[in-house]
Design a protein around this ligand. Structure first.
Ligand code: NI
Length: 267
C-alpha cells in the first residue's frame, strides 16, 4: 500500500514539475544538504462537479489507498466546494480536492464545460494515471478567454485538466527554516514572486495553520488555434501548529484556501 501511495505521489510530482520548473529550484533552495527534509504537506486537485469527473471520482483514487475524508469547505464567491483527505499514517501527504459548482455558473459556462467533459473517455477516469493525465479535450483560445472572464478556476481546469495544482512544503519539517516568514524571505531573495492576495501569510497561530504560496509559473499550452503561455501550477508552504492534545492541526482554513486559489491568476 505504501509503495502504491509513493508511486502515485511520485508520478504526480513528475507531471507537476514538468510545467512548474520553479518547484524543483525551490525544493533545492529550502532543503538542507544532509537530510531529505523537504516533505510534502499536501497536494490539491481541481475539477468540475459533473458526475463523470466530480470530486468523488478523484477521491476514489485516494480512498482505495486508505485515505479517509476528514473535512469539507465552502467557497461561496468562487462557487467551489472542497473536501480534504488524510491517511491513517500521518506521515503521508494530505489531499485537498475542490470542484466548481456548475449550477451556480452562467448557462454559457455550463455549456462550454459540458462540451469539454463529454470528450473524456469514461474509462480514463478510473485508470491508474487519471490524476496526472492532464487535459482530455481540445480547446481554442476564445473559449479559454470566455471561461477566464467568469471563473479563473474553470479556465485553469480547461487548459490543464487533471494534475496536481500544487504541492506544499511542510515548514515544520525543514531543518534550515523555522518560521514561514523566513521561508518567504528566502524565496523573495532568490527572485520568486509570492501570492500577496490577503497578505503573504494566510492564517495565523490562532487558527493553527499559516500558509503562503508562489505565483504560478507559466507554461506553453497548445490550443486548437495556436500556442501561448498560460499560468500553470504553484508551490505552497505550510506551517502547522499543535492542537490542545499536542498533535499538529491536520485540517485546512477556508479563508486562507480562498486566497491560495488566486495563485494561478495571471500576473
Ligand atoms: Ni494547498
Amino acid at each position: 500500500m505504501h509503495n502504491q501511495i509513493n508511486d502515485l505521489f511520485s508520478n504526480l510530482w513528475q507531471d507537476y514539475v514538468a510545467v512548474t520548473p520553479s518547484a524543483k529550484k525551490i525544493h533545492a533552495l529550502l532543503g538542507s544538504s544532509q537530510q531529505d527534509d523537504v516533505q510534502n504537506d499536501h497536494i490539491a486537485l481541481r475539477t468540475f462537479n459533473i458526475e463523470k469527473i466530480n470530486l468523488e471520482k478523484l477521491a476514489a483514487h485516494f480512498r482505495v489507498l486508505g485515505y479517509v475524508e476528514c473535512g469539507e469547505y465552502h467557497f461561496e464567491t468562487k462557487k467551489l466546494y472542497a473536501k480534504h483527505f488524510e491517511h491513517p499514517d500521518a506521515t503521508q501527504p494530505k489531499v485537498f480536492i475542490s470542484e466548481l459548482l456548475l449550477e451556480k455558473c452562467s448557462a454559457e459556462l455550463q455549456t462550454i464545460v459540458h462540451k469539454l467533459v463529454d470528450q473524456i473517455d469514461a474509462a480514463a477516469v478510473t485508470a491508474d494515471n487519471f490524476l496526472y493525465s492532464g487535459r482530455h479535450w481540445d480547446i481554442d483560445q476564445a473559449t479559454y478567454e470566455t471561461l477566464l472572464e467568469e471563473s479563473e478556476y474553470a479556465a485553469w481546469v480547461s487548459v490543464w485538466g487533471f494534475r496536481a495544482n500544487h504541492f506544499t512544503v511542510s515548514v515544520n519539517a525543514l531543518k534550515n527554516f523555522e518560521t514561514l516568514g523566513s521561508v518567504n524571505d528566502a524565496l523573495k531573495a532568490a527572485g520568486f514572486a509570492l501570492n500577496t492576495s490577503g497578505g503573504e501569510i494566510k492564517g495565523s497561530e490562532e487558527v493553527k495553520l499559516k500558509q503562503s504560496s508562489t505565483l504560478a509559473d507559466e507554461a506553453m499550452v497548445e490550443f486548437i488555434d495556436g500556442k501561448r503561455m498560460i499560468p500553470s501550477c504553484f508551490y505552497e508552504f505550510a506551517r502547522r501548529f499543535p492542537m490542545d492534545d499536542g498533535r499538529l492541526y491536520p485540517g485546512f482554513v477556508a479563508a486562507s484556501a480562498d486566497k491560495i486559489f488566486e495563485s494561478t491568476n495571471a500576473r
